[in-house]
Design a protein around this ligand. Structure first.
Ligand code: GTR
Length: 343
Protein backbone atom coordinates (compact mmCIF):
# COMPACT_ATOMS: atom_id res chain seq x y z
CA UNK A 1 0.00 0.00 0.00
CA UNK A 2 2.82 2.30 1.02
CA UNK A 3 4.46 1.60 -2.34
CA UNK A 4 1.28 2.42 -4.28
CA UNK A 5 0.92 5.69 -2.40
CA UNK A 6 4.51 6.62 -3.08
CA UNK A 7 4.18 5.79 -6.79
CA UNK A 8 1.03 7.92 -6.93
CA UNK A 9 2.79 10.75 -5.15
CA UNK A 10 5.72 10.57 -7.56
CA UNK A 11 3.35 10.63 -10.53
CA UNK A 12 1.50 13.59 -9.05
CA UNK A 13 4.79 15.40 -8.52
CA UNK A 14 5.94 14.68 -12.06
CA UNK A 15 2.61 15.89 -13.38
CA UNK A 16 2.84 19.09 -11.35
CA UNK A 17 6.41 19.70 -12.47
CA UNK A 18 5.59 19.17 -16.11
CA UNK A 19 2.46 21.29 -15.78
CA UNK A 20 4.56 24.06 -14.24
CA UNK A 21 7.31 23.31 -16.72
CA UNK A 22 10.06 23.22 -14.04
CA UNK A 23 12.39 26.19 -13.56
CA UNK A 24 11.82 29.00 -16.02
CA UNK A 25 14.65 30.90 -17.72
CA UNK A 26 15.09 34.64 -17.26
CA UNK A 27 13.51 36.21 -20.27
CA UNK A 28 16.21 36.96 -22.77
CA UNK A 29 14.55 35.73 -25.87
CA UNK A 30 11.30 37.57 -26.30
CA UNK A 31 12.88 39.73 -28.98
CA UNK A 32 12.46 38.00 -32.32
CA UNK A 33 15.64 37.01 -34.15
CA UNK A 34 16.64 39.34 -37.00
CA UNK A 35 15.21 36.85 -39.46
CA UNK A 36 13.34 33.60 -38.96
CA UNK A 37 15.75 30.71 -38.25
CA UNK A 38 16.35 28.52 -41.29
CA UNK A 39 16.38 25.45 -39.06
CA UNK A 40 14.59 24.66 -35.82
CA UNK A 41 16.34 26.51 -32.98
CA UNK A 42 18.63 24.49 -30.74
CA UNK A 43 18.03 25.48 -27.14
CA UNK A 44 20.68 25.42 -24.38
CA UNK A 45 20.69 26.14 -20.66
CA UNK A 46 23.09 28.49 -18.89
CA UNK A 47 23.25 28.42 -15.07
CA UNK A 48 24.12 31.34 -12.79
CA UNK A 49 23.42 31.59 -9.05
CA UNK A 50 22.86 35.34 -8.92
CA UNK A 51 19.58 37.28 -8.94
CA UNK A 52 18.04 39.24 -11.82
CA UNK A 53 19.94 42.42 -12.63
CA UNK A 54 23.24 41.23 -11.08
CA UNK A 55 26.23 42.09 -13.31
CA UNK A 56 27.04 38.47 -14.20
CA UNK A 57 23.40 37.77 -15.08
CA UNK A 58 23.31 40.83 -17.33
CA UNK A 59 26.52 39.54 -18.92
CA UNK A 60 24.94 36.09 -19.46
CA UNK A 61 21.89 37.66 -21.09
CA UNK A 62 24.09 39.79 -23.36
CA UNK A 63 25.97 36.63 -24.37
CA UNK A 64 22.70 34.84 -25.18
CA UNK A 65 21.40 37.84 -27.09
CA UNK A 66 24.51 38.11 -29.31
CA UNK A 67 24.61 34.37 -30.02
CA UNK A 68 20.94 34.35 -30.97
CA UNK A 69 21.32 37.35 -33.22
CA UNK A 70 24.49 36.15 -34.95
CA UNK A 71 23.10 32.64 -35.57
CA UNK A 72 19.80 34.02 -36.89
CA UNK A 73 17.97 32.44 -34.00
CA UNK A 74 19.37 28.96 -34.57
CA UNK A 75 21.20 28.82 -31.23
CA UNK A 76 19.13 29.91 -28.26
CA UNK A 77 20.77 30.10 -24.84
CA UNK A 78 18.33 30.38 -21.97
CA UNK A 79 19.64 31.90 -18.76
CA UNK A 80 18.58 30.14 -15.56
CA UNK A 81 19.85 32.38 -12.78
CA UNK A 82 18.96 32.56 -9.07
CA UNK A 83 20.47 29.06 -8.67
CA UNK A 84 17.22 27.53 -9.97
CA UNK A 85 19.24 24.69 -11.50
CA UNK A 86 20.92 23.94 -8.16
CA UNK A 87 23.64 25.46 -6.04
CA UNK A 88 27.02 26.14 -7.61
CA UNK A 89 28.63 22.78 -6.77
CA UNK A 90 25.70 20.82 -8.22
CA UNK A 91 25.44 23.09 -11.24
CA UNK A 92 29.15 22.64 -12.05
CA UNK A 93 28.78 18.84 -11.88
CA UNK A 94 25.71 18.97 -14.08
CA UNK A 95 27.56 21.11 -16.62
CA UNK A 96 30.38 18.57 -16.66
CA UNK A 97 27.79 15.87 -17.38
CA UNK A 98 26.09 17.95 -20.05
CA UNK A 99 22.69 18.27 -18.33
CA UNK A 100 23.43 21.98 -18.10
CA UNK A 101 25.20 23.33 -21.20
CA UNK A 102 26.79 26.60 -20.09
CA UNK A 103 27.61 28.02 -16.67
CA UNK A 104 28.94 31.26 -15.18
CA UNK A 105 31.20 30.48 -12.26
CA UNK A 106 34.48 31.55 -10.62
CA UNK A 107 37.92 30.12 -9.92
CA UNK A 108 37.22 29.10 -6.31
CA UNK A 109 34.32 26.72 -6.91
CA UNK A 110 36.22 25.31 -9.92
CA UNK A 111 39.35 24.61 -7.85
CA UNK A 112 37.80 21.44 -6.44
CA UNK A 113 37.82 19.84 -9.90
CA UNK A 114 40.87 21.65 -11.26
CA UNK A 115 43.19 22.67 -8.38
CA UNK A 116 45.41 24.83 -10.58
CA UNK A 117 42.57 27.37 -10.50
CA UNK A 118 43.88 28.16 -6.99
CA UNK A 119 46.80 29.93 -8.62
CA UNK A 120 44.47 32.64 -9.93
CA UNK A 121 42.90 33.35 -6.54
CA UNK A 122 46.03 33.50 -4.39
CA UNK A 123 45.74 36.31 -1.83
CA UNK A 124 46.94 39.76 -2.88
CA UNK A 125 48.28 38.30 -6.12
CA UNK A 126 47.43 41.13 -8.49
CA UNK A 127 48.71 44.68 -8.12
CA UNK A 128 45.24 45.95 -9.07
CA UNK A 129 42.26 45.33 -11.35
CA UNK A 130 44.19 46.31 -14.49
CA UNK A 131 46.93 43.83 -13.72
CA UNK A 132 44.32 41.12 -13.18
CA UNK A 133 42.71 41.70 -16.58
CA UNK A 134 46.09 41.96 -18.34
CA UNK A 135 46.75 38.46 -17.04
CA UNK A 136 43.30 37.12 -17.90
CA UNK A 137 43.13 38.68 -21.36
CA UNK A 138 46.60 37.45 -22.27
CA UNK A 139 48.10 34.04 -22.86
CA UNK A 140 47.87 32.99 -19.19
CA UNK A 141 44.13 33.64 -19.13
CA UNK A 142 43.67 31.58 -22.30
CA UNK A 143 45.67 28.69 -20.78
CA UNK A 144 43.34 28.68 -17.79
CA UNK A 145 40.21 28.80 -19.97
CA UNK A 146 41.35 25.64 -21.75
CA UNK A 147 42.71 23.91 -18.64
CA UNK A 148 39.54 21.99 -17.84
CA UNK A 149 38.75 20.28 -21.14
CA UNK A 150 39.66 16.90 -19.63
CA UNK A 151 37.04 17.62 -16.97
CA UNK A 152 34.44 18.35 -19.63
CA UNK A 153 34.52 22.14 -19.40
CA UNK A 154 35.86 24.85 -21.70
CA UNK A 155 36.06 28.46 -20.53
CA UNK A 156 35.05 31.11 -23.08
CA UNK A 157 35.73 34.51 -21.51
CA UNK A 158 36.46 36.26 -18.22
CA UNK A 159 33.95 38.24 -16.22
CA UNK A 160 34.78 40.69 -13.43
CA UNK A 161 33.99 39.76 -9.85
CA UNK A 162 35.96 42.51 -8.14
CA UNK A 163 37.88 41.96 -4.93
CA UNK A 164 36.63 40.00 -1.93
CA UNK A 165 36.44 41.59 1.53
CA UNK A 166 35.55 40.53 5.07
CA UNK A 167 32.29 41.38 6.78
CA UNK A 168 30.82 40.28 10.08
CA UNK A 169 28.11 40.69 12.67
CA UNK A 170 30.33 41.31 15.70
CA UNK A 171 32.72 44.22 15.40
CA UNK A 172 34.56 46.63 13.19
CA UNK A 173 37.66 44.98 11.73
CA UNK A 174 40.29 47.72 11.62
CA UNK A 175 43.41 45.56 11.84
CA UNK A 176 44.33 41.91 11.27
CA UNK A 177 44.08 41.34 15.03
CA UNK A 178 40.36 42.23 14.95
CA UNK A 179 39.69 39.15 12.80
CA UNK A 180 41.00 36.86 15.52
CA UNK A 181 38.65 33.98 16.24
CA UNK A 182 35.81 35.26 14.03
CA UNK A 183 33.91 32.40 12.43
CA UNK A 184 34.05 33.29 8.75
CA UNK A 185 32.17 31.40 6.06
CA UNK A 186 34.34 30.48 3.07
CA UNK A 187 33.75 28.87 -0.31
CA UNK A 188 34.49 25.17 -0.08
CA UNK A 189 38.22 25.25 -0.97
CA UNK A 190 41.36 24.66 1.05
CA UNK A 191 42.90 27.88 -0.24
CA UNK A 192 40.09 30.00 1.18
CA UNK A 193 40.30 28.11 4.49
CA UNK A 194 44.07 28.70 4.62
CA UNK A 195 43.62 32.35 3.73
CA UNK A 196 41.21 33.01 6.59
CA UNK A 197 43.35 31.01 9.03
CA UNK A 198 46.47 32.98 8.07
CA UNK A 199 44.65 36.12 9.19
CA UNK A 200 43.56 34.57 12.51
CA UNK A 201 39.92 33.88 11.59
CA UNK A 202 38.12 30.55 11.98
CA UNK A 203 37.11 29.40 8.46
CA UNK A 204 33.81 27.57 7.99
CA UNK A 205 32.99 26.17 4.54
CA UNK A 206 29.32 26.60 3.66
CA UNK A 207 27.09 26.99 0.58
CA UNK A 208 26.42 30.55 -0.61
CA UNK A 209 22.68 30.41 -0.01
CA UNK A 210 23.16 29.42 3.65
CA UNK A 211 25.23 32.43 4.68
CA UNK A 212 22.37 34.74 5.66
CA UNK A 213 20.71 32.26 8.00
CA UNK A 214 24.13 31.03 9.18
CA UNK A 215 24.98 34.50 10.44
CA UNK A 216 21.50 35.03 11.80
CA UNK A 217 21.67 31.79 13.82
CA UNK A 218 25.22 32.43 14.96
CA UNK A 219 26.63 29.32 13.23
CA UNK A 220 29.04 31.75 11.59
CA UNK A 221 29.85 35.36 12.43
CA UNK A 222 30.77 36.63 9.02
CA UNK A 223 31.82 35.90 5.48
CA UNK A 224 33.82 37.48 2.69
CA UNK A 225 32.76 38.63 -0.73
CA UNK A 226 32.55 41.52 -3.18
CA UNK A 227 30.10 44.45 -2.82
CA UNK A 228 27.46 43.14 -5.28
CA UNK A 229 27.25 39.71 -3.60
CA UNK A 230 27.18 41.20 -0.09
CA UNK A 231 24.38 43.61 -0.90
CA UNK A 232 22.32 41.54 -3.34
CA UNK A 233 22.11 38.75 -0.73
CA UNK A 234 21.15 41.32 1.97
CA UNK A 235 24.05 40.17 4.13
CA UNK A 236 24.32 43.79 5.32
CA UNK A 237 21.17 43.12 7.39
CA UNK A 238 22.93 40.50 9.52
CA UNK A 239 26.61 41.48 9.18
CA UNK A 240 26.85 45.29 9.15
CA UNK A 241 30.67 45.58 9.56
CA UNK A 242 32.45 45.58 6.19
CA UNK A 243 36.22 46.03 5.80
CA UNK A 244 37.60 46.87 2.37
CA UNK A 245 40.71 44.68 2.68
CA UNK A 246 40.54 43.21 -0.86
CA UNK A 247 42.28 39.97 0.16
CA UNK A 248 41.64 38.16 -3.11
CA UNK A 249 40.23 38.38 -6.62
CA UNK A 250 38.57 35.17 -7.78
CA UNK A 251 37.85 35.83 -11.46
CA UNK A 252 34.74 34.38 -13.05
CA UNK A 253 34.04 32.99 -16.48
CA UNK A 254 31.45 31.56 -18.83
CA UNK A 255 32.11 27.88 -19.49
CA UNK A 256 30.59 25.42 -21.92
CA UNK A 257 30.35 21.64 -21.69
CA UNK A 258 32.96 20.22 -24.11
CA UNK A 259 30.57 17.78 -25.89
CA UNK A 260 28.16 20.64 -26.47
CA UNK A 261 31.05 22.74 -27.75
CA UNK A 262 32.16 19.97 -30.13
CA UNK A 263 28.62 19.66 -31.47
CA UNK A 264 28.86 23.21 -32.88
CA UNK A 265 30.26 23.88 -36.37
CA UNK A 266 33.52 25.82 -36.63
CA UNK A 267 31.58 28.93 -37.67
CA UNK A 268 29.23 28.56 -34.71
CA UNK A 269 32.17 28.11 -32.32
CA UNK A 270 33.67 31.34 -33.66
CA UNK A 271 30.39 33.20 -33.14
CA UNK A 272 30.01 31.81 -29.61
CA UNK A 273 33.58 32.65 -28.58
CA UNK A 274 33.27 36.19 -29.97
CA UNK A 275 29.92 36.64 -28.26
CA UNK A 276 31.44 35.56 -24.93
CA UNK A 277 34.25 38.09 -25.36
CA UNK A 278 31.85 40.88 -26.26
CA UNK A 279 29.56 39.99 -23.35
CA UNK A 280 32.58 40.07 -21.02
CA UNK A 281 33.40 43.64 -22.07
CA UNK A 282 29.82 44.65 -21.36
CA UNK A 283 29.80 42.75 -18.04
CA UNK A 284 33.01 44.38 -16.81
CA UNK A 285 31.61 47.90 -17.36
CA UNK A 286 28.40 46.87 -15.66
CA UNK A 287 30.45 45.47 -12.78
CA UNK A 288 32.28 48.73 -12.16
CA UNK A 289 29.01 50.65 -12.24
CA UNK A 290 27.15 48.31 -9.87
CA UNK A 291 30.09 47.88 -7.50
CA UNK A 292 30.08 51.64 -6.83
CA UNK A 293 26.31 51.72 -6.62
CA UNK A 294 26.20 48.88 -4.06
CA UNK A 295 28.95 50.47 -1.96
CA UNK A 296 26.93 53.70 -1.86
CA UNK A 297 23.78 51.80 -0.93
CA UNK A 298 25.62 49.98 1.88
CA UNK A 299 26.64 53.29 3.44
CA UNK A 300 23.08 54.62 3.07
CA UNK A 301 21.76 51.50 4.80
CA UNK A 302 24.02 52.07 7.79
CA UNK A 303 26.82 49.59 7.13
CA UNK A 304 30.04 50.47 8.96
CA UNK A 305 32.56 50.50 6.11
CA UNK A 306 36.21 50.39 7.13
CA UNK A 307 38.93 51.45 4.67
CA UNK A 308 42.51 50.53 5.48
CA UNK A 309 45.49 52.86 5.60
CA UNK A 310 48.47 51.70 3.49
CA UNK A 311 50.23 50.51 6.68
CA UNK A 312 47.33 48.35 7.85
CA UNK A 313 46.76 47.08 4.32
CA UNK A 314 50.40 45.94 4.36
CA UNK A 315 49.70 44.08 7.64
CA UNK A 316 47.09 42.01 5.79
CA UNK A 317 49.46 41.40 2.86
CA UNK A 318 52.24 40.29 5.21
CA UNK A 319 50.00 37.99 7.22
CA UNK A 320 49.01 35.88 4.18
CA UNK A 321 52.57 35.44 2.83
CA UNK A 322 53.17 32.01 4.49
CA UNK A 323 50.57 30.63 2.05
CA UNK A 324 53.02 31.29 -0.79
CA UNK A 325 55.64 29.03 0.82
CA UNK A 326 53.20 26.28 1.82
CA UNK A 327 53.95 23.11 -0.18
CA UNK A 328 50.26 22.94 -1.10
CA UNK A 329 50.76 26.06 -3.23
CA UNK A 330 54.47 26.08 -4.11
CA UNK A 331 53.47 23.68 -6.88
CA UNK A 332 51.95 26.71 -8.60
CA UNK A 333 55.07 28.87 -8.11
CA UNK A 334 55.92 28.99 -11.82
CA UNK A 335 52.54 30.20 -12.89
CA UNK A 336 52.31 32.56 -9.91
CA UNK A 337 55.63 34.11 -10.92
CA UNK A 338 54.49 34.44 -14.52
CA UNK A 339 51.36 36.22 -13.26
CA UNK A 340 53.39 38.56 -11.06
CA UNK A 341 55.68 39.39 -13.98
CA UNK A 342 52.88 40.53 -16.27
CA UNK A 343 53.41 44.28 -16.60
C1 GTR B 1 30.29 35.28 -5.51
C2 GTR B 1 30.30 34.51 -6.81
C3 GTR B 1 29.31 33.37 -6.69
C4 GTR B 1 29.65 32.48 -5.50
C5 GTR B 1 29.82 33.32 -4.25
C6 GTR B 1 30.28 32.53 -3.03
O1 GTR B 1 31.19 36.35 -5.59
O2 GTR B 1 29.91 35.34 -7.88
O3 GTR B 1 29.27 32.66 -7.90
O4 GTR B 1 30.82 31.74 -5.78
O5 GTR B 1 30.71 34.41 -4.47
O6 GTR B 1 30.98 33.09 -2.21
O7 GTR B 1 29.90 31.37 -2.89
Amino acid sequence: MKKVVSVLLTLALLFTLSACGGPKPTDSSTAPAASEPAKAPRVYKLADNHPDGYPTVLGDLKFAEIVKEKTNGEIVIEVYNNAVLGDEKVAIEQTQMGDIHFIRVGTNPLASINPIMNALSMPYLYRDRDHCFKVLDGEIGEEFLTSMVDDGLLGLSWFDSGARNFYNSKREVKTVADLKGLKIRVQETKLMMDLVSSLGGAPTPMAYNEIYSGIQNGVIEGAENNWPSYMSQSHNEVAPYFTVDQHTRAPEMILVNTDVWNSFSTDEQKIIKEAALEAAKFQRDEWVRQEKEYEKQAVEKGVTVTYLSPEIFQQFVDAVQPIYSDSEYTKYSDIINRIKNVK
